[in-house]
Design a binder for this molecule. Structure first.
Ligand SMILES: C[S@@+](CC[C@H](N)C(=O)[O-])C[C@H]1O[C@@H](n2cnc3c(N)ncnc32)[C@H](O)[C@@H]1O
Length: 341
């Protein structure tokens, strides 16, 4: 996902929002240094590991080693990258809210139909869209006949949701303490938000508290190229500083370790793949119009523009890699480890 530049307009908090606890305070190192070569040589490295594993031949190995040399020779043109300050998700989505729904987001284009297929098979009831953002899935849940409660910690994202869904119950609140009564929901959806959470356990506990026994939990998250290695999203804040939001790339076993002790049972787990090839010969993304984005050596690196410097390595590295993970859990009738409220 690409984070846009500066948002200048201040958006009014929807009157239907209930003020609750805030969330998203980063707890990692305070800065992230993103060097274009770290990404590009990383792609070459992943492609080389695939050669080493026997997925590609000796000719491909030679081509990839030559690619590394070419990249090192282009170091001056690529620049030395930028150091971004880690910011909270509230700060980040304040900037992103106005353009979050813009078309052309490959992750969303692939994730959405998978999530909707799961949601479409569930009976209507009370549905909580936790970290609902601009209401992308909230709209769908309403259309399915659910009584929907949307919760998010970003007033700016909620303001966009409120403009689409003026009648919907939207609440300002955090995933760690949802402003929703215990055992009141038949369905809880949390899409593309757990990558921002530093610990899954308290959040899954909260999901289990809010769901009634037998309730459904549907989750989606972005997948990085390497499981467990995040890809924080760079951008600029309103003052022009380079900033990044926290990104935690959870392993499949992390979700299970958080969910199973609470009595959640797995109903489905899908990892839809990225398109293959991911980029054209000129490095532009196959799902975008032809012509690559331009890399700016003085700006936070945009990986979609960097692919033009190593299109073959990009396709080799991302081949058969998932873009998202999508879970469908159901809460068993035996309640365990859940705190009442
Ligand atoms: C990538 S957006 C996803 C929005 C929406 N679920 C969707 O799929 O389009 C992530 C959302 O999670 C929200 N968020 C991140 N951390 C949160 C937290 N701890 N509590 C509540 N919302 C959070 C952000 O404000 C943002 O709206």
């Amino acid at each position: 996902m690409r984070m846009p530049l500066i948002l200048t307009a201040l958006i009014r908090l929807p009157s239907s929002c209930h003020r609750q606890q805030t969330a998203g305070v980063p707890d990692r190192r305070p800065t992230v240094h993103q060097h274009p070569l770290a990404y590009l040589i990383g792609l070459e490295g992943v492609a080389l590991l695939r050669c080493f594993a026997g997925e590609d031949d000796s000719e491909a190995t030679t081509a990839r080693l030559a690619g590394v040399r070419r990249l090192l020779d282009a170091a001056e043109e690529l620049g030395t990258g930028v150091t971004g300050t880690l910011i909270t998700t509230q700060e980040g989505y304040r900037t992103w809210a106005s353009s979050y729904d813009a078309p052309g987001n490959q992750l969303i284009d692939i994730e959405q139909p998978v999530v909707h297929r799961i949601l479409d098979a569930l009976p209507p009831g009370v549905a909580v869209d936790a970290a609902c953002g601009t209401g992308r899935h909230t709209v769908h849940l309403s259309g399915l006949g659910h009584r929907v409660i949307g919760v998010d910690s970003s007033p700016h994202m909620l303001a966009v949701a409120a403009s689409k869904l003026p009648e919907t119950d939207l609440r300002l609140g955090g995933l760690h303490r949802l402003p929703v009564a215990s055992a009141s929901a038949d369905l809880l959806l949390c899409a593309l938000a757990l990558t921002h959470v530093p610990d899954l356990h308290p959040v899954f506990s909260e999901f289990a508290r809010v769901l009634r026994p037998g309730g459904h939990l549907v989750l989606s998250d972005a997948r990085s190229l390497l499981e467990g290695v995040g890809r924080p999203m760079p951008g600029r804040d309103r003052a022009g500083r380079f900033v990044v939001m926290p990104w935690f790339d959870w392993r499949t076993s992390d979700y299970l370790a958080a969910a199973l002790p609470l009595g959640f049972e797995v109903r489905d787990c899908q990892e839809p793949l990225r398109p293959n090839p991911l980029v054209r010969e000129d490095g532009s993304t196959v799902s975008d119009p032809p012509g690559p984005a331009q890399h700016d050596p003085l700006a936070p690196p945009n990986i979609w523009a960097l692919h033009a410097y190593a299109p073959e390595a990009t396709n080799a590295a991302y081949r058969n890699r998932p873009v998202a993970i999508i879970w469908h859990f159901q809460l068993g009738h035996r309640r365990r480890d859940r705190r009442p409220r």
